[in-house]
Design a protein around this ligand. Structure first.
Ligand code: NAD
Ligand code: TYD
Length: 354
C-alpha cells in the first residue's frame, strides 16, 4: 500500500480517484482537513476498504510512527501543504508550520521507518514530494523556461516555504540516502479545485453574477496543466523515477491570466448563457495587483518526457472545456464549499465520539 498525505485537497483527491481507476493497491490518506480539505471530493470512495482515511497532521510524529509501523507502505506521496499564495501573503505562519516544519517531521518519521526495513524493502521504498514551479521565482518575457537546474529564487511566503521543503527532501537523500523523488509542477486546473484559485473562482463568480477580479493588468503568464495529467506524471515518477532526482512537470501551455479568464467566459457563454443575453466577460473587473506578483512562470518538461516517457494527454482547449463542464454539472459540490457545509464532515462521521 501507499501513504498519501493531503489527499482530501484538490490534487491529492484527484490523484487517489485516478489511482483506483488503475489499481487496487490500498491507499492510506492522511489529511488534517484544513479549509482546503474536502471529503465530499472523495464521496465516491465511501465504503471502499482500499481507501483508509486518517484525520491527522503530517507534523504528528507519534501518529506517523504508528501508521508507518502498522501499514508498512512501500511509498509515501506528500501532497499536504498550505497552497494559496494570497493566503501566504496575509498570514504566512501556517505555511511555515506545515510546509517547512511539517515536512521536516514527516521526513524524520519516514527516515526512522525506512531505517528499520530490510535491505530489499529499503531499496524499493520511495518518498515522493510534490512541489511547484514557483520555487524557481519569476521569468522575463524572453527568458528560457525553468529546468531542473534553474536556481531557486522564491518570491512569496508560499514559494519560499515550498522551496525550504524541497531543500529538506534533497538533504535527506544526500545525507541519509532516503530514496526521495521530487516533482515541480506548474499551475493545475480541473475538477474539485477550491474556488479561491483563479480558474474555479472565475467560473463560480461568473455563474453567481459577481465581478471577475483580475489582478493588475492581467498579463501575468502561467503554464497550465490539467490535474489528471499531473496525477499521471506523479504515478510515472513513482514507478520509474531515479531516487534523488527532481522532475519538472508542465503542460507546454503558457497563457496570460486575462486570456484564461476570457476563455472561461467564452465557454460559459456557450454552455450556460447569461439570462440577460450579455457576455460573462462584462463581469471582468481589474483590481489592485498582488504584492510581489511573479510575472511569468514557464516549465521545461523535457526531462520527464525524455527519461520517463511522460507527456500530457490533454491540450488546454480540451482540459478547460472538461473543467467548465464539471463545474456546471457539479453545482452541489460548489454549493457545499461555498456554504461551508463540507467542513461538517468530521461531525457527521464521528458525531460526539472522541
Ligand atoms: P490544496 O490546498 O487543495 O490541498 C492541500 C491538502 O493538504 C488539504 O486537503 C489539507 O487539508 C491538507 N493539509 C494541509 N496541511 C496539512 C497538514 N499539516 N497535515 C496533513 N494534511 C494537511 O492543495 P493542492 O492544490 O491540492 O496542492 C497539493 C500539493 O501540490 C501542494 O504541496 C502544492 O504545493 C503542490 N502544487 C500545487 C499546484 C496547484 O496548481 N494547485 C501546482 C504545483 C504543485
Ligand atoms: P492562483 O490560482 O492563485 O495561482 P498562483 O498564484 O499559484 O499562480 O493565481 C493564478 C494567477 O491568477 C496569478 O497570476 C494570480 C491571478 N489571479 C487573479 O488575477 N485574480 C484572482 O482572483 C486570483 C485568485 C488569481
Amino acid at each position: 500500500m501507499i501513504l498519501v498525505t493531503g489527499a482530501a485537497g484538490f490534487i491529492g483527491a484527484n490523484f487517489v480517484l485516478d489511482w483506483f481507476t488503475q489499481s487496487d493497491e490500498p491507499v492510506i490518506n492522511l489529511d488534517k482537513l484544513t479549509y482546503a480539505g474536502n471529503m465530499q471530493s472523495l464521496a465516491s470512495l465511501k465504503g471502499k476498504p482500499n481507501h483508509i482515511f486518517v484525520h491527522g497532521d503530517i507534523g504528528d510524529r507519534a501518529l506517523l510512527q504508528r501508521l508507518l509501523a502498522e501499514h508498512k507502505p512501500r511509498a509515501v506521496v506528500n501532497f499536504a501543504a498550505e497552497s494559496h499564495v494570497d493566503r501566504s501573503i496575509h498570514g504566512p505562519e501556517d505555511f511555515i508550520q506545515t510546509n517547512v516544519v511539517g515536512t521536516f517531521h514527516l521526513l524524520e518519521s519516514v527516515r526512522t521507518h525506512w531505517g528499520s526495513l530490510d535491505t530489499e524493502a529499503k531499496a524499493a521504498f520511495r518518498f515522493l514530494h510534490v512541489s511547484t514551479d514557483e520555487v524557481y521565482g519569476t521569468l522575463g518575457p524572453a527568458d528560457a523556461p525553468f529546468t531542473e537546474t534553474t536556481p531557486f529564487a522564491p518570491n512569496s511566503p508560499y514559494s519560499a516555504s515550498k522551496a525550504s521543503s524541497d531543500h529538506l527532501v534533497r538533504a535527506y537523500h544526500h545525507t541519509y540516502g532516503l530514496p526521495v523523488l521530487t516533482t515541480n509542477c506548474s499551475n493545475n486546473y480541473g475538477p474539485y479545485h477550491f474556488p479561491e484559485k483563479l480558474i474555479p473562482l472565475m467560473i463560480v463568480n461568473a455563474l453567481a453574477g459577481k465581478p471577475l477580479p483580475v489582478y493588475g493588468d492581467g498579463m501575468q503568464v502561467r503554464d497550465w496543466l490539467f490535474v489528471k495529467d499531473h496525477c499521471s506524471a506523479i504515478r510515472r515518477v513513482l514507478e520509474a523515477g531515479v531516487p534523488g532526482e527532481t522532475y519538472n512537470v508542465g503542460g507546454w501551455n503558457e497563457k496570460p491570466n486575462i486570456e484564461i479568464v476570457n476563455t472561461v467566459c467564452a465557454l460559459l457563454n456557450e454552455m450556460s448563457p447569461r439570462r440577460d443575453g450579455k457576455a460573462y466577460a462584462d463581469q471582468i473587473t481589474y483590481v489592485t495587483d498582488r504584492p510581489g506578483h511573479d510575472r511569468r512562470y514557464a516549465i521545461d518538461a523535457s526531462k520527464i518526457h525524455r527519461e520517463l516517457g511522460w507527456r500530457p494527454a490533454e491540450t488546454f482547449e480540451t482540459g478547460i472545456r472538461k473543467t467548465v463542464r464539471w463545474y456546471l454539472d457539479n453545482q452541489p459540490w460548489v454549493q457545499q464549499v461555498q456554504s461551508g457545509e463540507y467542513r461538517q464532515w468530521m461531525d457527521q462521521q464521528y458525531g460526539n465520539k472522541a
